[in-house]
Ligand binder design. Structure first.
Ligand SMILES: [Zn+2]
Ligand SMILES: [Zn+2]
Length: 262
C-alpha cells in the first residue's frame, strides 16, 4: 500500500484534494507506535468547525490535512491492538485520546493529557490539536485504537445506513452530550438555540431521552422548516420585532434593519 489522497488546506478560502503520504505507524512526533490502526476511510463529514480554518479565522498552517469525522475499515493494525480485527468497520470519535491518563479515566477524553504536547486535548486534522493527520482522505491513522474506536457490529447492516452512522463521530454525540449535560429526561420541555446539524442532533437526542416538548429556535427559515418536518416545535426568531433604539441593529423579517427611534 503506498498512495493516499487528502483534502489539504492551502490558505484562507482554498482547499484541494492532493496526494499525501500513506499513514505510518508513528505519532506526530515521529515515535513508533503499536497501539494504532490504519483505516481505509469509508465515509466522513465536513464539520462546521472545519470552516473556522478554511475561512482563515485560525492560525492553521498551510498543508494541514483536514477531517476529524471519520468512519473506516481497519486494514492494518499494530501489534498492541487486541480488540479489533482487520476488516472491522469502525467509527472514530473526533477526540484523539489515550484512555490511560487521569482525564481519560474521568471520561474527559476531550482534554486527554497524552496526545498533544502543547495542551490537553487532541483531534485529527485540526489546528493546535496535536498535529494528528486528518481523515478527509483515503487512509487515516488512529492511535490508541482499542480505546478510541467504536466497532459497528454488523457490517452489512451498517453499510446500508452508513451516511447516518457517519454522524456518530461528532455531530450526533455532540448534540446528545448537550442534551444529557442539560439534564433532559422523561417529560422535559427543551429549547434548543439553533437549527443547524448539531442543534437538530440535540433535538433528536432530547426526543430519545424522553422529552415531552422540543422547541428549536433559529433565524434561518429553511433550517426551521426542516426542523418542523422532523416533528419539532419551532420558534422563528426572524420575526422578533423587539427592536429598540438601544439595539445596534435588528433582524426582522429576514433582513437587518436600523433600530427604530422611539
Ligand atoms: Zn466536527
Ligand atoms: Zn488520555
Amino acid at each position: 500500500m503506498s498512495g493516499n489522497r487528502g483534502v489539504v488546506y492551502l490558505g484562507a478560502g482554498k482547499v484541494e484534494v492532493q496526494k499525501i503520504d500513506y499513514p505510518k505507524m508513528q505519532d506526530p512526533r515521529g515515535r513508533k507506535i503499536e497501539h494504532a490502526v490504519i483505516l481505509r476511510v469509508v465515509s466522513t463529514n465536513i464539520c462546521g468547525s472545519d470552516q473556522h480554518m478554511v475561512r482563515g479565522r485560525t492560525t492553521a498552517q498551510t498543508g494541514l490535512v483536514l477531517g476529524h469525522e471519520i468512519t473506516g475499515e481497519v486494514i492494518e493494525k499494530g501489534r498492541d491492538v487486541e480488540n479489533l480485527q482487520i476488516g472491522d468497520l469502525v467509527s472514530v470519535p473526533f477526540n484523539v485520546a489515550c484512555g490511560r491518563c487521569r482525564s481519560c479515566k474521568e471520561m474527559h477524553t476531550g482534554v486527554c493529557l497524552s496526545v498533544n504536547p502543547a495542551r490537553p486535548g487532541g483531534a485529527y486534522g485540526y489546528v493546535d490539536m496535536g498535529d494528528w493527520t486528518g481523515g478527509q482522505a483515503e487512509y487515516a491513522l488512529v492511535p490508541y485504537a482499542d480505546f478510541n474506536l467504536l466497532k459497528l457490529p454488523d457490517r452489512d447492516r451498517a453499510m446500508e445506513k452508513i451516511r447516518d452512522l457517519t454522524c456518530l463521530s461528532d455531530i450526533l454525540p455532540t448534540g446528545y452530550h448537550g442534551a444529557v449535560t442539560a439534564g433532559v429526561g422523561p417529560g422535559s420541555t427543551v429549547y434548543i438555540a439553533g437549527a443547524g446539524p448539531v442543534g437538530l442532533a440535540a433535538a433528536a437526542s432530547a426526543r430519545l431521552l424522553g422529552a415531552a416538548v422540543v422547541i428549536v429556535g433559529d433565524v434561518n427559515t429553511v433550517r426551521l422548516a426542516h426542523a418542523k418536518a422532523q416533528g419539532f416545535e419551532i420558534a422563528d426568531l426572524s420575526l422578533d420585532t423587539r427592536c429598540t433604539s438601544k439595539s445596534p441593529r435588528c433582524w426582522v423579517n429576514q433582513k437587518w434593519i436600523a433600530p427604530s427611534t422611539p
